[in-house]
Design a protein around this ligand. Structure first.
Ligand SMILES: Nc1nc(=O)c2c([nH]1)NC[C@@H]1CN(c3ccc(C(=O)N[C@@H](CCC(=O)O)C(=O)O)cc3)C=[N+]21
Length: 300
């Protein structure tokens, strides 16, 4: 079997089109333009690339983008003051503080200072609790994007065996909650899991989110399973020339694609969906802030 490739780049474009449609309607019918504020502390080059890309796509969808770039040595008090100002700005419906933050800043403290209804990353402790108890919340972008692709591919996920490899607060745990919400039987595996290959071989759905390049080989994958590769790892690629690099996932793509039923590539899989879901969450937050109906097809 050769897996069907789940084209995250193309799917993300359709999500962004839906977002743009909702934005246009909000403007025309209600005179409201959704706004997303992104806060970047320091000058990590990769983070700068992501922030630029988020801003560009926000504007392309018809929304307002506000970028706050702060020095790497910004104090906690100063960063809290920026978040507070955004919390109180009625033109800002979504706030994202780019992670990781420089070491002297307490990430939990900063994230929990964001107004939960503007927390488009879904990282605030209130949103974590709401998701865990099946209540309406802001859902983390990467797991939401994975869920959208899985639903699109399978229709119902009810009764499927899902294995999430990785237990991070950002991906693994919320992914497991969403799969449980769609009635999967969910296993969360991690570095201490006994006989990981056997655990993964039981799965109809494998979500790999560990951050280790190509650690899941094809012979761990059950024939016909769906593989969602969340990893984005930059590795040396001497075959492309000296000093060159390339992006790989947490899954060994070639061997996995030979047995899987469907698989997401890296790049062009989960990554573009993450940003599309950030825009979707901003529209959702804007609708909720204004007491309007939730945008259809953009929420969990
Ligand atoms: N508060 C916060 N929220 C985030 O959502 C967040 C963050 N901090 N910090 C950094 C990570 C990283 N992240 C990515 C989003 C899109 C791609 C993406 O679109 N990747 C492309 C390729 C990118 C490339 O070529 O380098 C792809 O996979 O096809 C990657 C990474 C969001 N993050």
């Amino acid at each position: 079997m050769t897996a069907q490739v789940i084209d995250g780049k193309a799917f993300a474009a359709t999500v962004r089109e839906k977002v743009a449609g909702h934005v246009a309607r909000l403007k025309e019918e209600h005179g409201i333009t959704p706004g997303l504020a992104v806060v970047l502390v320091g000058e990590d080059p990769a983070s700068q690339v992501y922030v630029r890309s988020k801003g560009k796509q926000t504007v392309e969808a018809g929304m307002n983008s506000y970028e706050h770039k702060l020095e790497a040595d910004t104090s906690e008090a100063d960063l809290l003051a920026v978040v507070d100002q955004l919390n109180n700005d009625p033109n800002v419906h979504g706030i994202l503080v780019q992670l990781p933050l420089p070491g002297h800043l307490n990430e939990d403290l900063i994230i929990n200072s964001i107004a939960p209804e503007k927390d488009v990353d879904g990282f605030h402790i209130s949103n974590v609790g709401l998701l865990g108890t099946g209540q309406k919340s802001m859902v983390p972008c990467t797991p939401l994007g994975c869920l959208m692709m899985l639903r699109d591919h399978h229709g119902s996920l009810s009764g499927m065996d899902a294995v999430v490899i990785g237990r991070s607060n950002i991906v693994g745990k919320p992914m497991a909650q969403l799969l449980l919400g769609d009635s999967c039987t969910v296993t969360i595996a991690h570095s201490r899991t006994k006989d990981l290959p056997e655990v993964v071989r039981r799965a109809d759905i494998v979500v790999a989110a560990v951050g280790r390049p190509e650690m899941v080989p094809g012979d761990w994958i059950k024939e016909g399973a769906t593989v969602i590769d969340v990893g984005i790892n930059r590795i040396d690629a001497p075959e492309k020339g000296e000093g060159k690099t390339r992006l790989v996932g947490d899954v060994h793509y070639e061997s996995a694609a030979a047995v899987a039923g469907a698989i997401t590539p890296v790049p062009g899989g989960v990554g573009p969906m993450t940003i599309a879901c950030l825009l979707a969450n901003t529209v959702t937050a804007c609708c909720r802030a204004n007491g309007l109906a939730e945008p259809e097809g953009l929420t969990a």
